[in-house]
Design a protein around this ligand. Structure first.
Ligand SMILES: NC(=O)c1ccc[n+]([C@@H]2O[C@H](COP(=O)([O-])OP(=O)(O)OC[C@H]3O[C@@H](n4cnc5c(N)ncnc54)[C@H](OP(=O)(O)O)[C@@H]3O)[C@@H](O)[C@H]2O)c1
Length: 305
């Protein structure tokens, strides 16, 4: 099999395509032929050797990649619900797996209970944009628990997490104000946001009792939070000053097969939208990282097998 490996922390060139023995599934595992694996900001961070302190990642070499869409090629003992040929999607909980499993390979070893079936007809490239960012959006909204009819501010609404959050919040009947990257308002309006602001307009927004800081922008969003309000962030921002009266929490995405299946069904039915900037062959992962590290990408870069 071929895998893209971080040999040592560094620039995109450290991503090397290597030959490895084909993985064999142990009991409870499956091997998936990768068709699509999304490049996400956390992969770029992992490549540089930066991991959030709560991650327990082994030293390099490791294979990046949280988002996987493909077809089952083999299953281990006790895996009765899946068979070779099944189209599947997974969130690989890369942090929990210590970097031992990753989607940047043509054959990917996974725990079978990370896998869900891909709905008939759903393109694997589009499907691969869902697990990490769709589940994070879903879990952020659950943490915020905005009452029906309530208002929500979402930053980074033009990105993966923010874009799904806007759509899920609107589907839940919330009123959404969305802050986008520069010049990307039309896409976010198309996702259903009630009010769309550019990145320089954040200062005029609010106040909101509930904020999802999906970039995260950190301190600049705080002026938009109402007294007693809550912020959920996708990354570690500076702690709130003592006595701020606000609640600050950070999401850490978790496997949720039920929610992932619902998100994929929504995408297959055209209820949810996603955006792919480009597909890049697995062997060109270094170039994919180089391009993904720039602003204004207008969608995900997806590695294809
Ligand atoms: N904690 C977790 O469990 C978890 C899970 C998933 C993701 N994350 C993190 O969540 C963050 C977002 O991930 P993603 O995949 O959604 O990234 P993404 O697809 O790159 O989206 C980020 C979006 O934010 C926009 N943006 C940048 N600066 C902005 C600003 N000041 N105001 C408003 N929008 C701004 C970008 O637009 P331009 O590029 O056009 O500027 C882009 O559209 C990353 O830091 C990622 O690591 C955390």
């Amino acid at each position: 099999m071929k895998a893209v490996v971080v040999t040592e922390p560094g620039d995109p060139e450290v991503l090397q395509l290597v030959e490895r023995p084909d993985p064999r599934p142990a009991a409870g595992q499956a091997v998936v032929r990768m068709q699509a694996a999304t490049v996400n900001p956390i992969d770029l961070a992992a490549r540089t050797g930066w991991h959030p302190p709560i991650f327990e990642i082994q030293d390099p070499p490791y294979v990046p990649g949280w988002d996987l869409a493909g077809e089952v090629v083999a299953v281990g003992a006790g895996v009765d619900a899946l068979a070779p040929g099944d189209p599947v999607v997974a969130l690989i909980p890369w942090h929990a797996a210590g970097g031992r499993y990753g989607a940047y390979a043509d054959l990917v070893l996974v725990e079978a209970d990370w896998l869900v079936r891909r709905p008939d007809g759903l393109d694997p490239v589009a499907a691969a944009t869902v697990p990490l960012n769709g589940l994070t959006a879903h879990q952020c909204l659950a943490m915020l628990d905005v009452p029906a009819g309530g208002e929500l501010l979402v930053t980074g609404a033009s990105g993966g997490v923010g874009g799904f959050a806007v759509q899920l919040a609107r589907a839940a009947g919330l009123r959404v104000t969305a802050v986008t990257g520069a010049g990307d308002e039309a896409w976010v309006r198309g996702l259903g946001a009630d009010v769309v602001l550019g990145p320089d307009d954040l200062g005029a927004a609010g106040p909101f009792a509930h904020v999802l800081d999906a970039v995260p922008v950190g301190e600049p969003v705080r002026a938009a939070v109402a007294p007693g309000g809550a912020i959920v962030e996708t990354g570690g921002s500076p702690a709130l000053p003592a006595g701020s009266g606000l609640t600050q929490r950070m999401v850490l995405v978790a496997v949720d097969r039920g929610a992932l299946s619902e998100l994929l069904d929504g995408l297959a039915a055209g209820i949810l939208r996603t955006r792919v900037a480009e597909t890049v062959p697995l062997a060109e992962a270094a170039e994919a990282h180089r391009r993904s590290g720039t602003r204004g990408r207008r969608g995900k870069t997806v590695l294809v097998g």
